[in-house]
Structure formats: structure tokens, C-alpha cells
Design a protein around this ligand. Structure first.
Ligand code: SAH
Ligand code: SF4
Ligand code: F3S
Length: 486
């Protein structure tokens, strides 16, 4: 770091006699401080420094990245979507091993870029960083990384940024867990008209294959008034659709000082004027209440879509997975939902190759897919996650058996979806226009209430608007249509 940089820091420090101890004030102090560092870097480079946040994994991580971007923007970085940037941040996922491998692949490539750009800095954060073995590997084989932090202290990003600027060596700050929720920090949304909202963090379910409870910590809910306040502010800023995020939204609010159910939270959110659509993810079948079905049934804003992860259709495997429902209970729940809300789309997650799974178990899964008639199902090959109970199970399934089961499940899902999704052909439905079509710029891409995608001719002026679309032709998982009157 050159002299000028050091001068900037002491000037910044002199301005503040004391670093605030409470949040979020403390982070706002560090945002100001980081600004001086970025300003110094700008003078050195003779241009505005750029940064790039690359996200792996689920919607939780996507929302976390918006928080990182919000802070980076405030500190004066120019945000770009190119890893040539002066500062690259990887927000990582570790739910399956291929997510980890992708990060290591990217790091190899960044190393060579860093040699060419001495100002380049690299940060790693997210779920993968909560695993001690990952940190050991990075310390050993990726010594060029400048900053590593985890999922629990992400709110401290501005402070960590300052520490990074003030240190030549790798800065590592990982917390095992937290009960803290810091509100009111800057966020920058990817889309102007829709937004994810965290309603809870962590997970207490410990499904035996899953790493999430270990890397995201114990379940904690945000207070309803904080959630409502955030949504109201978003709506005032042009948001029409929100996606409420939690690993198991159905257990929202149970541990709050003043307990409240997820269904009650939805009822409050429904009342927010100007908000048009409400989505949520994810619902654990074991906690889905009749109260929720009732609220969804009568709601004008809750979208006609429910993601209800099945994981397996075999009761024996479900038990080994610690999912705490049987095949019959799941089927009964799906039936009840379909009876009460006939136009709903159901989607799911399936794992093939869990320890001890036979092709007969896979047949049970296929049977559920046929009975429930999902609009879509995300099918994953079981990935062994160190530290989870399933990783220690002895009866891991041979690769060729997994492959056979996986192909069968995938084919069933695709065939099912084709006939299911097309049920709206010839109808008019409302679509929220999300973006210009990637392949043909004379088309836009919109999303129906039931989460199906529709492409139709229109221009960018409609982005963020909800418009009626005639669904002309179904092509597998999506529609091609045209705008019409309601
Ligand atoms: N909280 C959500 C899921 C989060 S992880 C829920 O309970 O539904 C998203 C999906 O990844 C899971 O639904 C599961 O299907 C899959 N998954 C999780 N751990 C996995 C593993 N070890 N191997 C393969 N797939 C896994
Ligand atoms: Fe993982 Fe199960 Fe928690 Fe979902 S509910 S995050 S699958 S442990
Ligand atoms: Fe991955 Fe973490 Fe989400 S492990 S799926 S990014 S909670």
C-alpha cells in the first residue's frame, strides 16, 4: 500500500473519535471508511475501481449478494458482471460437491488474472466457507485470496472490506453460528420490480443428507414488523412481486418472542397496498398447515405455485433421510392442496442415489411423480457431504445404479411436465414481464402466477408490468404467446 493510501486512512480515522459499537451504525461507519480506501485506489488507478459479485447456489445466496452489492456501490466501486474486475467476490454454495468444484475451477482462472493485475483482490464468502476443510484447502492451495468470511458475519462486510484494505495478508473471519439479525443495511436489487426478502435464516431440520444446517446455523425468524417495513419500502420503490425466503418457511415465527405463524405473516403482507404478487420458498411438507392452505386459497396475491420438496417417494428412504413424513402423508397433502386450490402448480426437488436406495425405491418416487403431476421437478444425484449423518452410512449406491435411477426419474419428470404445463394452452393469463428475451430481442419473457415462463412479442417498456397474455403454444416447460385484452 502506498503512502497516499495510508494518509487517507489516518484522515478517515481522525474524523471519527469512536467506532460505534451497535449495529447497523458500526457498519455505516465502516462504509464511510471504505469509501476513502476506494477513493485512494481510484487515484492510484486513474479510473473508478470495478468489482464483480459472482453467486452460486440458492435464492438466499442471491439475496446475500444483493446485500454485498449494496455496500460495494456505497463505497464507490463500479459494479460490473465480469471477473476481469479489480475486486472479485465469490458467494459460494456447498449443497452438492459440483458447486464446490466450480468455485475451485474459477479460482484457478482468477490466479492467472491476478498475476496480470497487481491491484486485483479476491474475496470468498458464503456456505462453502463455513466448512473448516475448505478453509484449510484455500490456505494451502489458494494463498492469493485476500478475504474470506462466512454466512453469519456477512452483515460485517463493510468492516471486513476495511480490514482487507489495511492488510497485505489473507484476512479470514468465520463464525460458527449467530443469533444476531442486523437490519437496515444497504441492499441493491438485481431487478427493479421484484425482490427476495429473507423472513428467516438457518435451518433446524437436519435432513441426514444436507449440509445447510451446518453452514447456515440455527433457525431464526425476522420480526414481522421488520419484514413488513422492508416490503413497504420496496413497494414504494417500484417492487410488485416479493419472494419470501427461508429454508423452511412453514416454521416461520415459531421461536419469536411473540410467536406468529407463516400463514398469519402472509395475511399481513397481503394487506400491503401496491404489492401485486407474493411467492415463497421453501415449504417443508411436514410443517405445511391447513391454515396456510386456507390463506392461499382465499388470497388474491399469493401466486398459484407451491414448491414442495419430496426428495424421495419411498417411506423407508424418507425415514433414513430424516424427512419426517411418509409417502402416504405426502400424497395426502398434495391431494388436499389440489382439492382446495385446483389451479395450483406443484413443483418439487428429488434426490436419487441416497445411501441404501434401490431401484424399487426409485419406482416409489416415480409413482409419486405420476400421482402428483408436478409442473417441474429438480432432480439431483445424491452428493456425499462430509459431516452429515448420510455421509457415514455404509451402503452408498454404486454409480451405475444411481445413473439408471436418475435417468428414469428425469424421463418421467419431463413427460409429466410436458402434459401438465400445456394445460393452459389457448387461455389468457396475467404475466409479469421480467426481461427482454435472450434469443430474440423483439420478444420479452414473462412469468405467470403459477411460475411458468411465457415468451411474447413486446418491448422493454413493459418490463416490470403485469399484462394479459394469450398462451398460444406450449413448448415443453414454457409458452409462446401474444399480448391481448383480458
Ligand atoms: N430447504 C429446502 C432445500 C434446500 S437445498 C428444503 O428443505 O426443501 C435444495 C435441494 O438440494 C434440496 O431440496 C435437495 O433436493 C437438494 N440437496 C440437498 N442436499 C443434497 C445432497 N447432499 N445431495 C443431492 N442433493 C441435495
Ligand atoms: Fe436441508 Fe432439510 Fe433444512 Fe432443507 S429442510 S435446508 S433439505 S436440512
Ligand atoms: Fe447452497 Fe447455501 Fe443455498 S449451501 S443451496 S447457497 S443455503
Amino acid at each position: 500500500m502506498n503512502d497516499m493510501n495510508n494518509k487517507m486512512i489516518s484522515a478517515a480515522e481522525a474524523e471519527y473519535v469512536q467506532v460505534p459499537e451497535t449495529e447497523p451504525a458500526r457498519q455505516y461507519y465502516f462504509i464511510e471508511k471504505a469509501k476513502k480506501h476506494v477513493e485512494a485506489l481510484k487515484n492510484e488507478l486513474g479510473r473508478t475501481p470495478t468489482c464483480c459479485v459472482t453467486t452460486f447456489g440458492c435464492q438466499m445466496n442471491a439475496r446475500d449478494s444483493e446485500k454485498l452489492t449494496g455496500i460495494l456501490r456505497q463505497t464507490g466501486y463500479e459494479i460490473i458482471e465480469n471477473e476481469e474486475a479489480d475486486f472479485v467476490i465469490y458467494n459460494t454454495c456447498t449443497v452438492r460437491d459440483n458447486a464446490n468444484q466450480r468455485v475451485y475451477g474459477r479460482l484457478g482462472f482468477i490466479n492467472s488474472m491476478k498475476r496480470k493485475n497487481p491491484h486485483k483482490r479476491v474475496a470468498l464468502c458464503g456456505c462453502m466457507m463455513q466448512e473448516p476443510s475448505v478453509i484449510e484447502k484455500i490456505k494451502k492451495s489458494y494463498r492469493f485470496v485476500d478475504l474470506i468470511f462466512g454466512t453469519h458475519n456477512i452483515y460485517k462486510f463493510a468492516e471486513l472490506l476495511c480490514t482487507m484494505f489495511e492488510n497485505e495478508h489473507m484476512v479470514i473471519d468465520i463464525w460458527k453460528d449467530t443469533d444476531k439479525i442486523v437490519e437496515d443495511l444497504p441492499v441493491e436489487r438485481k431487478y427493479s420490480f421484484k425482490s427476495g426478502i429473507n423472513i428467516m435464516f438457518g435451518c433446524n431440520n437436519f435432513c441426514s443428507y444436507c449440509i445447510v444446517p451446518y453452514v447456515r446455523g440455527r433457525e431464526r425468524s425476522r420480526k414481522p414488523e421488520e419484514i413488513i417495513k422492508e416490503i413497504k419500502n420496496l413497494v414504494a420503490d417500484g417492487v410488485v412481486e416479493v419472494m419470501l425466503l427461508g429454508q423452511n418457511v412453514n416454521s416461520y415465527g415459531k421461536n419469536l418472542e411473540e410467536p406468529i405463524s407463516f400463514a398469519q405473516l402472509l395475511t399481513q403482507i397481503e394487506k400491503i397496498e401496491g404489492l401485486e404478487r407474493i411467492r415463497f420458498m421453501t415449504s417443508h411438507p411436514k410443517d405445511l398447515s391447513d391454515e396456510l392452505i386456507e390463506v392461499m386459497k382465499h388470497s388474491k396475491k399469493i401466486c398459484r405455485h407451491l414448491h414442495l420438496p419430496l426428495q424421495s417417494g419411498s417411506t423407508r428412504i424418507l425415514q433414513a433421510m430424516n424427512r419426517r413424513y411418509t409417502k402416504e402423508q405426502y400424497l395426502a397433502l398434495a391431494k388436499k392442496i389440489r382439492q382446495e386450490i385446483p389451479d395450483i402448480s406443484l413443483t418439487t426437488d428429488i434426490i436419487v442415489g441416497f445411501p441404501g436406495e434401490t431401484l424399487e425405491d426409485v419406482e416409489e418416487t416415480i409413482d409419486v411423480i405420476r400421482q402428483v403431476e408436478y409442473d417441474n421437478a429438480f432432480t439431483f444425484i445424491y452428493s456425499k457431504r462430509t459431516g452429515t449423518p448420510a455421509a457415514a452410512m455404509e451402503n452408498q449406491v454404486p454409480e451405475e445404479v444411481v445413473k439408471e435411477g436418475f435417468d428414469k426419474v428425469l424421463k418421467t419428470v419431463q413427460d409429466m411436465a410436458k402434459s401438465r404445463v400445456s394445460r393452459l394452452t389457448g387461455k389468457v393469463e396475467l404475466a409479469l414481464v421480467e426481461e427482454i428475451n435472450e434469443q430474440d430481442s423483439s420478444f420479452v419473457t414473462g412469468r405467470l402466477s403459477n411460475n411458468t415462463i411465457v415468451h411474447f412479442p413486446a418491448d422493454a417498456s413493459l418490463i416490470g408490468k403485469i399484462v394479459p397474455v394469450y398462451l398460444e403454444e406450449c413448448r415443453g416447460f414454457y409458452y409462446v404467446g401474444r399480448m391481448t385484452d383480458m
